[in-house]
Design a protein around this ligand. Structure first.
Ligand code: GRG
Length: 291
């Protein structure tokens, strides 16, 4: 299949959905919605909503069935980036090639926009029409655990604690399983929960585990050898901040080998069943990407 075309078309679809959201569409100048809109539309690969769509297709449903989930994971992802860029965290000036939200607006508005994006994600989830109410509840529970103190937040806390500390490979894996992997896994598993497909839930969870680790290893590698113009952010920042990373621990070559290993494991997990094609292409994209 032409994955480049699929990635382009699905990204266009996600961006259309974001623009159609009333919050974004009717955002007034000076409002918190303006900051949400700026952050949501500042660019980005849209990989998490694409994983929702690919997982839905793998389950034999039209890829656009769970639009609310696609938006929810992108809103949560954007909130995490807005907060991660704040002076109290990574203190970044550039994100997706544009000034970060707190640089463009104010710190207070960036904090509030992040909070509103996170909250809005759960409003979207609660409005899912294309699944049974009890499955929607399970999906909301899964998403809340993935991004709360047992998932994303835990990963971020561990990541901050690991700065300038001695961290081993197994600890680094736990950080990334939570900080990066939890939301990817949620994007993949939630369509299975909503469609009551428990068998594929396991398979998608395993694929998501390897996807998240491969993605993060490549992210670490790009922070060393990537092209800032393509990435839309500065490189070398992990090293400057004393962050624990895969290339920092094992070198770029070994990190590449580890990413390859996760690519293979993700492919084995998903198998070659009908509908798995996009998931194969997406892990290839995650490992081979330059941005
Ligand atoms: C809750 C503040 C807070 C943080 C949670 C997700 C996260 C932890 C921090 C964001 C920064 C970061 C380096 C996260 C690791 C995951 C990652 C590499 C995110 C970037 O994802 P891409 O490349 O981003 O998909 P785009 O811009 O393409 O959407």
């Amino acid at each position: 299949m032409d994955i480049e075309k699929w990635l382009r078309d699905s990204r266009t679809t996600v961006e259309k959905w974001i623009k159609e959201d009333d919050i974004v569409h009717f955002a007034d100048i000076g409002s918190v919605e303006e900051v949400m809109r700026y952050s949501l539309l500042a660019g980005g690969k849209r990989l998490r909503p694409q994983l929702v769509m690919a997982s839905t297709a793998y389950l034999g449903l039209p890829p656009e069935t769970f639009r609310e989930v696609a938006l929810a994971v992108e809103y949560i992802h954007t909130y995490s980036l807005v907060h991660d860029d704040l002076p109290a965290m990574d203190n970044d000036d550039l994100r997706r090639g544009q000034p970060t939200a707190h640089k463009m607006f104010t710190e207070a508005m960036a904090i509030l926009a992040g909070d509103a994006l996170l909250t809005e994600a759960f409003v979207k989830m609660s409005r899912i029409q294309s699944a049974k109410a009890e499955d929607v509840l399970s999906a909301m529970d899964y998403l809340a655990s993935a991004v709360g103190r047992e998932g994303l937040i835990r990963g971020q806390v561990m990541d901050l604690a690991a700065e300038h500390a001695t961290v081993g490979l197994s600890e680094l894996k736990i950080v990334h399983r939570n900080k990066t992997g939890a939301l990817f896994r949620a994007a993949l598993v939630i369509p299975a929960l909503l469609s009551g497909n428990h068998m594929r839930q396991q398979t998608l969870g395993q694929y998501g585990e390897h996807f998240g680790l491969a993605f993060q290893i490549v992210d670490d590698i790009l922070n060393v050898v990537g092209n800032p113009a393509l990435l839309g952010k500065n490189i070398g920042t992990d090293r400057e901040r004393g962050k624990a990373t895969y290339p920092g621990l094992v070198g770029v070559e070994e990190a590449r080998r580890l990413a390859e290993d996760h690519r293979i494991r993700a492919k084995i997990a998903i198998g070659s069943e009908p509908g798995a094609e996009i998931l194969h292409s997406l892990i290839d994209f995650a490992v081979d990407r330059q941005w």
